[in-house]
Write a protein that binds this ligand. Structure first.
Ligand code: GLY
Ligand code: MN
Ligand code: MN
Length: 433
C-alpha cells in the first residue's frame, strides 16, 4: 500500500479550519452491481488524499489545529469469520498503527461518538457532494444537542463545504504526488505504445481497449482512470464515444483517449493514429494543425497564467489554421477565437489532473470567479481537438468524418512546463515510422 506524507496534509487542513471546527471525510460503501456482485471499489478521493484509508464506509474526523485529538478514524471491526471470505480488515488497531489515527472506533459507534465530538464545535465541514450520506446523521446529532442541558442552544451552528479548502490543497501536488503522477503518465504512455504495435485495418476497437487495459494492469496500474475511448473513423467526432464495438477500417483514423490509474492517480492521454500507418493528405492537414495548437498551448502552461491561457492560445491557432484550410471564413475566425465552444472544437483545452481525472480546483468556466493561477506543482492536461461530423455540409468534403485530439499531461514548474507523457510520440514522422 502506498504511503505518503499524509500527516503534513492533515496538519495543513487543520490549520486552515477556524478554531472549534471538525472536518468529516467519508468513504462510500460498496456499490452494488448485480446479484451478489459489487462494482470495483473506489475509496473517496479526499480520504485517499488525507490518509490513504481504502476500506469501504470508513470515516475520518480531522480537528482544527488548537484541538488536542486531531485525527480520529471509524472503521469496520475485525471479524475473523467475515475476513475468511473477503480478506483482512485493518480494524481499530490498524487504524492507529498503519494510518496514524490518534483514536480509532468501531464504525457502529459513529453517531454516538460523533455527538460528543460535535458538541463543543462551532463548525462542521464535509464534502457537500456527500450530503445524502452525511447530512441526515449530522442534523439528527445537532437537533439532539439543541435539547441537551437546560438551554436549547448547544452544538454547532455552521455546516461548511470542505471542497473550497481541499480543492486548493489537492490542486497543487506535493513531491510524493508528483512521483506517482510521473508513473501514471509513463504507464499510460506504455499502454499506448502497445496499441501502436497491434493497430491495423480489421482490428476491433474493443481489441484496442483490451490492449490498453492489459498494458495498464500488467504494469501495476489499478486499471483505467476512466472508460477508454477507442474511436475509429467518424466515432472520433463523438466526444465520449466509449462503446468500442466497431472494426477499424483501412484509411480511417482512430482517436484513443485513455489513461492508467496508478496508486489512485490518473494518467490521461489522447493520440490519433492512422489505422493503416499513413495519414491521408487531408488527415495530415488536420492533425498537423491540432499538433501545432497543442504545442503552442503547452508553452502557455507557465506559472502565473490561468487555465484559460492554454485554451485561448489553442483556439487562436486552430482558428487561424481553419481559415487557411478554407473551413471557416475570416469573420468566423474571430468568433472561433472568442467563443469557448465552437462547432468544430466544443470542449475546453485543459483540466486539472490528479486523484481524479477531472481533478478538483477552481477552473476557468466559473463566471466571474477569479480563476486560480497556475503555480509550481499543478498538473493539467492540454488536449485540443477538431471534429468534423460527416453530415456537416459546411465542411469541405475531404475533411468530413475526421476527428483528431492530442492530449498530454503537463506539470507546471518554475522552470517551465514539463510534459509527463513526453515519451509517447506525437510527431507525424514518428507515428508513420
Ligand atoms: N478523457 C477525459 C478527458 O480527456 O478529459
Ligand atoms: Mn483524455
Ligand atoms: Mn483530459
Amino acid at each position: 500500500m502506498l504511503r505518503m506524507n499524509y500527516s503534513a496534509r492533515r496538519s495543513s487542513l487543520a490549520s486552515q479550519l477556524p478554531p472549534k471546527s471538525i472536518a468529516i471525510i467519508m468513504n462510500p460503501g460498496p456499490a452494488h452491481k448485480t446479484g451478489d456482485q459489487d462494482y470495483d471499489y473506489r475509496p473517496h478521493s479526499n480520504m485517499l488524499y488525507l490518509c490513504g484509508m481504502d476500506e469501504p464506509g470508513a470515516v475520518a474526523v480531522i480537528a482544527s489545529a488548537e484541538q488536542e485529538i486531531r485525527f480520529r478514524l471509524f472503521v469496520l471491526p475485525r471479524d475473523p469469520e467475515r475476513e475468511r471470505w473477503v480478506g483482512p480488515r485493518y480494524g481499530c488497531e490498524g487504524a492507529r498503527d498503519i494510518f496514524g489515527a490518534d483514536e480509532a472506533f468501531d464504525i457502529a459507534e459513529l453517531q454516538k461518538v460523533l455527538t460528543d465530538i460535535v458538541f463543543p464545535m462551532d463548525n462542521v465541514y464535509f464534502d457537500f457532494s456527500q450530503s445524502k450520506e452525511i447530512s441526515p446523521m449530522l442534523f439528527e446529532i445537532v437537533e439532539s444537542l439543541r435539547h441537551r442541558g437546560r438551554r436549547a442552544s448547544e452544538g454547532p451552528r455552521n455546516f461548511c463545504d470542505i471542497r473550497d479548502i481541499l480543492g486548493e490543497m489537492r490542486r497543487v501536488k506535493d513531491a510524493d504526488e508528483i512521483e506517482v503522477m510521473k508513473r501514471a503518465a509513463q504507464v499510460s504512455a506504455e499502454g499506448f505504445m502497445d496499441v501502436q504495435k497491434m493497430l491495423k485495418p480489421g482490428v476491433g476497437e474493443w481489441q484496442v481497449e483490451a490492449t490498453l487495459k492489459h498494458g495498464f494492469r500488467s504494469r501495476g496500474a489499478i486499471g483505467e482512470s476512466f472508460a477508454s475511448i477507442c474511436a475509429g473513423g467518424e466515432h472520433a467526432t463523438t466526444l465520449h464515444y466509449a462503446a468500442n464495438r466497431d472494426i477499424l477500417k483501412d484509411g480511417d483514423l482512430i482517436l484513443i483517449d485513455a489513461g492508467a490509474e496508478v496508486d489512485y492517480y490518473a494518467g490521461d492521454i489522447s493520440r490519433t493514429y492512422p489505422v493503416n500507418g499513413r495519414f491521408s493528405p487531408a488527415q495530415k492537414e488536420i492533425y498537423a494543425l491540432v499538433l501545432k495548437a497543442q504545442k503552442e498551448a503547452i508553452a502557455e502552461c507557465i506559472v502565473g497564467n490561468h487555465l484559460r491561457h492554454p485554451h485561448e492560445r489553442a483556439c487562436a491557432v486552430l482558428a487561424e489554421g481553419l481559415e487557411k484550410l478554407g473551413i471557416i471564413s475570416h469573420e468566423e475566425r474571430e468568433t472561433f477565437k472568442k467563443e469557448l465552444r465552437n462547432d468544430y472544437y466544443f470542449h475546453g483545452t485543459s483540466h486539472y489532473l490528479g486523484i481524479d481525472t477531472h481533478d478538483v480546483g477552481c477552473g476557468y468556466h466559473r463566471g466571474d470567479d477569479a480563476p486560480a493561477e497556475l503555480v509550481s506543482g499543478v498538473v493539467i492536461t492540454v488536449e485540443p481537438g477538431l471534429y468534423f461530423p460527416s453530415d456537416n455540409l459546411n465542411v469541405p468534403e475531404k475533411y468530413r468524418g475526421i476527428g483528431v485530439r492530442i492530449e498530454d499531461d503537463v506539470l507546471i514548474t518554475n522552470e517551465g512546463p514539463v510534459v509527463l507523457t513526453s515519451s509517447l510520440p506525437k510527431e507525424i514522422e514518428d507515428i508513420e515510422a
